[in-house]
Design a protein around this ligand. Structure first.
Ligand code: SF4
Length: 234
């Protein structure tokens, strides 16, 4: 009898937890969809918490409800961009890194792969060659990596306080999730795939503070001396 009661109570507790999780998942998904469609940020930290701890169930739920699973990553990237934006701007550029995906390079790229990524010689054939010198002029350290294992090497070998990543939604969300203590910002590839991908150069230059977000003009403060705090110019 005691035995039966134990299993009854245990079953009820499991059922209540499952229902509570389902409710949290549904609420988070609804709030995420509102963010993506209407650009309204409601309880962002709760949505990020759900994304971090219930990522796979959230993707399954999205798929069951007829949404594209990638939307879950889109929600993650947009919320993280929003909640980290201010702190990212305030961090000294010399303490920031920019990480390019290796798929962005031109098919004729001759850059060699080194310990922490491609050694780009800025030949000008791809967007990396356009962004990298400007970002470095501002103080950023840049990396072009073939996969997420290189992120681990960068974290182990370099000191930095913040990161801007460029990738497809899924890679971007996962990387921003892993690097959440670095107040990450992300820019989505405009053409995804395994090679010859594309990114909107202007969007990246705005994110790093090279171009003014509001006026679309080059920041007047883009000289070596006063680039370290682009937030003054934005
Ligand atoms: S700019 Fe750099 S990454 Fe792009 S193709 Fe040239 S060497 Fe390769």
């Amino acid at each position: 009898m005691v035995h039966d009661n134990f299993f009854l109570i245990f079953g009820q507790i499991v059922f209540i937890i499952a229902i509570a999780l389902l409710i949290i998942l549904i609420i988070s998904l609804i709030l995420g969809v509102i963010l993506v469609k209407k650009q309204k940020l409601i309880f962002p930290k709760m949505v990020i918490f759900t994304l971090d701890f219930l990522y796979s169930p959230l993707k399954k739920l999205a798929s069951l409800l007829g949404f594209d699973e990638i939307m879950v990553d889109q929600i993650g990237v947009e919320i993280r961009n929003h909640i980290n934006k201010k702190e990212f701007k305030e961090i000294d550029n010399a303490k920031k890194i920019i990480v390019f995906p290796h798929c962005l390079r031109h098919p004729k790229c001759h850059a060699k792969l080194e310990k922490t990524g491609l050694d780009c010689n800025v030949c000008g054939l791809c967007a990396i060659g356009e962004i990298k010198p400007k970002a470095e002029e501002m103080g950023y350290k840049s990396f072009i990596i073939p996969g997420s294992t290189f992120i681990k090497k960068i974290v182990e070998n370099y000191e930095f306080e913040s990161v801007l990543g460029i990738a497809c939604y899924e890679d971007l969300n996962m990387s921003m999730m892993k690097l959440s203590k670095f107040k990450p910002q992300g820019v989505l590839l405009s053409r995804t795939g395994c090679y010859n991908t594309e990114v909107d150069v202007q969007t990246v230059l705005k994110k790093i503070g090279y171009i003014n977000e509001k006026t679309n003009t080059k920041n007047s403060g883009c000289s070596k001396d006063n680039l370290n705090n682009p937030s003054k110019n934005l």
